[in-house]
Structures are given as C-alpha cells and as structure tokens.
Design a protein around this ligand. Structure first.
Ligand code: TRP
Length: 452
C-alpha cells in the first residue's frame, strides 16, 4: 500500500515537529545527570562545542539525505549506494534498544506523577525513597507496563496526532516551569556553588569519557545516528531552508537541556551538598533531587504534579515516535500488518524492559561489562552503535556520494549554504576521525584497559 508522502506545511511546522522528537527525557532527565557526573562546566563546554560542529554536520547530512531521497533510513541509504544498505538496518537497531529502557524511566515518571497528585510528595522527598522504589521487584515493573501500554495503545490506534497536539501546547509550559524552578532554586543557600560547578569549566576534570558521554548525549538528545532525522527530512518541502532549521532545532534542544541542568544541579548542592557521591548518582539524580525542591516550595505538591505531568507528555511523544519507527520498519520489511507488528514490538520491549527494571534491584548483581542492564543498554546504543552509525554516515557522505550532493540539496531554491566549507571538512575528516578516536579510547576506558 503506497501512501503519498505528506509534508510539513512550512519551516515552522518542520522545526516544531523535529524539535518535538528531539525534546524528551534526554533533555530533562539524562543531560543533567551526565553534566553532574562528568565535571559540570567542562561537560557543558564540550557538549556545546560538539553540538555546533559534529551535531550541526550530522543533522545537516541526515535531513538532506532524507529530503533528497524522499525515503526513510533503510530505503534512503540503499538508494544512495547499494553497499550501504546495511547502515539503515544498523541505525534501525537503535530505537528498538532505546524504547524498552526509555519506557522504564517513563514508568518512574508516571509513578512520581501519581505520588504528587495523591499528596505523597513529601514522602518522595525523603532520602532513600527512590532507591527503595526502583529496587522493588513488582512496583516499577507495573509502572513500566502502564507506560509502554499507553505508548502501544496510541501506536495501535494511530492517534499520535492527538497526543502531538496536546504536547505542542504543553511543551512551552514545561519550558516555562523549568525556568521558574531553576530561578527558585538559585535563591536557596548553597545553590550558587552548584551554579558555579555547572557553568565554570574545570579542565582538570576532562577525560575521554567526558567527550564520549557528551557525544553520546548529543546523538541521543537530537535523535541523530538512528535514522530519525532522515525520516523527518523526507517530509520536508524543498523550499524550506535546511541550514536555518537545523540551527533552530539545535538552539531549542540545547536550551532546554541547559535549563534542566540549571534546575537540578544547583538543587543538589543546596539540599545534599556537592560531594562526589551526590553528583555521580546517575539516572536517579532527577528523581531524588526534584522532590526535595518541590517539598520546600509552597504548594509544592501541585507544582510537582504539574511538572511530572508535563514531563510525562514529553516522554510519551518520544516513546510513541520510537515505537512507531520500529513498527513501521517491521511492517515494511516483514510485510506484516500493523496490529501484529505492533504486538511483536510490544512483546520484545516488554521482555527487555522487565529485565532492565529488575536489573535495578533483584538482579543488580548481574552485570554486563560491569554495567547494570539499564546502563548497559544506554551505553551500547549511545556510546557504541550510534557513534559507529555516525562514522559510516560520514564516510558515505564524504567519499561516496561526496559533500557536494548534500550541499546541492541544501542550496535548492537559491538558499546559500553558509557553513559549507566547515561542513565539507567536518564530514570528510574531522568528524569521522575524532568520533573513531573517542569511541576507541572510551570503550577501552569503560572496559578498564585504559586509565585516564
Ligand atoms: N531525543 C529524545 C530525547 O531527548 C529521545 C529519542 C531518542 C527519540 N531517539 C528518538 C525520540 C527517536 C523520538 C524518536 O528524549
């Protein structure tokens, strides 16, 4: 069944849709804990440098490939060069591996939303509450099933347009609330030390892991190196400027991540102190810190409930588009109908998600490369597969189809590609070589072979 490719109405429509896919738990939950863990200011600096160089180059390339071929990842790479068809499949593995653990976190958000709406906010602010919750065998699994159940229902019924409309209204509210919470926290005693830690680079904290973590976060947050932006590009009209759209998406996505960090890191300092132990909490950081902020506010239960509701919507739009991506690949490649494809993806995700959830408690002694399951799936996608997809994409664009093909696509309709020199040098040499080096060093570091 061939469907006519619908397209976005204009530049604003395109930017909003792509930013909608980009903004999610990556910005609000993942960015702050990585920034806290990898030295604060130095992580922020490295992230911004990577965003305007590597991030810019890759997003330009992916959107241009999508618009040029009018196809999503698997078809697009094949259309550019038969030998690179495998790259589409490699890219497609990523959303399938992200969806299960993304939904485990989505389950935690759902639980916190319900806690705050039922007046349990103060409870959630006590030390140890979160750790005990995720270590249980039953409860987090139930919340995970609720979250992925809602996601699957929306994908099955094909009503994601409705969710998207709601989230387009809610997203700006989420941004405003994040800024408000950040400003509120900054007035607490001790918060300024956190602000300094977050914005002032301390070069002694620099390591290869900082760069790899920042690079992985960049791919994750901007939905790069997994074929998503190719699909979005395929829906883009020819007269919309790719370059300025990419700049807008980057500023938007990075801005929200920045404010999320500003809301969480100074709060860690104000409530618990900036010891290494408190800063390296990892995935639990947001869930342990924010309830304390809400608990200290007047009407904190209500503000907390609203906040987690907004985060839940941001998470749902992302999980829906993750599942939709995987389902459409199964439908295309295996020629399955929507319902069986959806159920198969759901089954696979539930199996992996339950394992991930149990890995935080009863199975926490089972380690893969030293990681608990959640951290392992996160590492293998963001820090291994996505950099590999990115390198091969650079080689394909830089040496097989040549940067000229992308530049021509960008300049269709007379728009000038302002950064085309930077783009060519980046995509041919700097990006692939650097990503390769970062990948090798950091994997060695993660495996404990190399100590930096
Ligand atoms: N970028 C999203 C975030 O920051 C997460 C994400 C990764 C995503 N891959 C995706 C969202 C694919 C939609 C589609 O949370």
């Amino acid at each position: 069944m061939e469907q006519k490719r619908s397209s976005f109405t204009g530049k604003l429509g395109f930017i909003l849709a792509a930013a909608g896919s980009a903004v999610g738990l990556g910005n609000i939950w993942r960015f702050p804990y990585l920034a806290a863990q990898y030295g604060g200011g130095i992580f922020l600096l490295v992230y911004i440098i990577l965003a305007v160089t590597f991030g810019f180059t890759l997003m330009m390339a992916e959107i241009a490939i999508g618009r040029k071929t009018g196809l999503s990842a698997i078809g697009a790479f094949k259309a550019l060069n038969k030998k690179f068809a495998f790259l589409g499949y490699l890219a497609a593995i990523v959303p399938a591996l992200i969806l299960p653990y993304y939904s485990v976190i989505g389950g935690w958000v759902t639980k916190y939303l319900v806690s705050f709406t039922t007046g349990q906010g103060t409870n959630a602010a006590t030390d140890g509450y979160f750790g005990e919750f995720i270590a249980e065998a039953g409860e987090p699994v139930i919340w995970f099933l609720i979250f992925i159940g809602i996601t699957a229902l929306v994908v099955l019924l094909g009503v994601e347009k409705g969710i998207e409309k709601v989230s387009k209204i809610m997203m700006p509210v989420l941004v405003l609330l994040t800024v408000f919470i950040a400003v509120y926290t900054l007035f607490m005693p001790g918060a300024i030390d956190g602000l300094i830690y977050y914005v002032k680079p301390d070069f002694s904290q620099f390591s290869f892991m900082t760069v790899l973590a920042a690079l992985g976060q960049l791919f994750y947050s901007m939905s790069l190196a997994m074929g998503i932006m190719i699909t979005y590009g395929s829906y883009m009209k020819k007269d919309v400027s790719i370059e300025s759209s990419v700049r807008h998406i980057e500023i938007f996505d990075t801005g929200i991540a920045f404010f999320a960090g500003l809301m969480i890191i100074p709060a860690v300092f104000a409530f618990s102190g900036g010891s290494e132990e408190n800063l390296t909490k990892g995935p639990s950081l947001m869930f342990e810190t924010l309830p304390k902020v809400f608990d200290s506010m007047p009407a904190g239960d209500i503000i907390g409930a609203v906040f987690f509701l907004l985060v839940l919507f941001a998470a749902l739009t992302s999980s829906i588009s993750l599942m939709e991506t995987v389902v459409s690949i199964v439908m295309d490649k295996l020629k399955w109908k929507r319902i069986p494809a959806c159920l198969a993806v759901l089954g696979f995700s539930v199996a992996l998600g339950v394992v991930t959830s149990l890995g935080n408690g009863v199975w926490s002694n089972i380690r893969v490369l030293g990681f608990v399951f959640l951290d392992f799936f996160d590492f293998i996608t963001n820090s291994v597969i996505m950099p590999i997809v990115a390198i091969i994409t650079c080689v394909l664009v830089g040496f097989i189809i040549k940067p000229k093909a992308v530049i021509e696509e960008v300049e269709i309709g007379g728009t000038k590609f302002k950064a085309k020199k930077l783009f060519s040098v980046m995509i041919k040499y700097i990006a692939p070589i650097c990503i390769f080096a970062i990948l090798v060093f950091s994997v060695l570091e993660a495996l404990g072979v190399l100590k930096v």
